[in-house]
Design a protein around this ligand. Sequence first.
Ligand code: SAM
Length: 234
Amino acid sequence: LYLDAPLAQGEVLTLAREQAHYLMTVLRLDDGAEVLVFNGRDGEFSATLRPQGRKAANLEIGAQTRAQPEPSRLEFLFAPLKVGRLEYLVQKATEMGIHKITPVFTDHTQMHKINATRLEANILEAAEQCGNLAIPQLGDAVKLETLLGGWDPARRIIFCNESQAGDNPTAALSAITERDLALLVGPEGGFSERERELLTSLPHVTAIPLGPRILRADTAAVAALTAVQMTIGD
Ligand code: SAM
């Protein structure tokens, strides 16, 4: 269970109404039930449920069960997809421990607005479901040009370039030496020619192919995140 509060053994925390409802009514937990809690910073703790009437409850925080892990150093830059596929992307990036996910609007992006509150809720739900204690930060949605204009050139961007599909991915991946990286995946319609020219002109951007087939954007994201994490041992 995610708690938006500092965690330490011996603390007694009052649960938000919806969380008390979830534990006592949905999961039917009783007084004394043990739950695991995390806040994305302090690791995971066991906690004991203490109902306060029928609609409120406290949690008594017990011993730490897991230390806070090092997050992946990879940032995920993605063109927002339609809602179901966007949620899938956010879930998978959360499961993979990505430390920051940033929506990037490109020429062919079909979604022009981001519901940040909803995406943050998806992130927390995904972290709770997969037991990942590191919660990705959601970056502010930004246009590709603005992002590139303000980018620190000391950080490399790996750009999944569908027009290089068919080139050797292993050679491109093995040329990556840095560990502090961002990975950019395009929208359903791919990158425009203009964007591809801009990206390939920047010395801190490395284009990679993902094999001979054009993958759906959500599949490409999972494949590329996996390939880069395995390459940099993250
Ligand atoms: N039309 C499909 C869809 O609805 O998702 C395919 C979209 S594909 C053009 C979306 C993005 O996935 C591309 O911009 C690129 O970043 C990445 N991608 C897909 N296949 C790729 C490949 N073989 N090599 C490199 N990048 C790829």
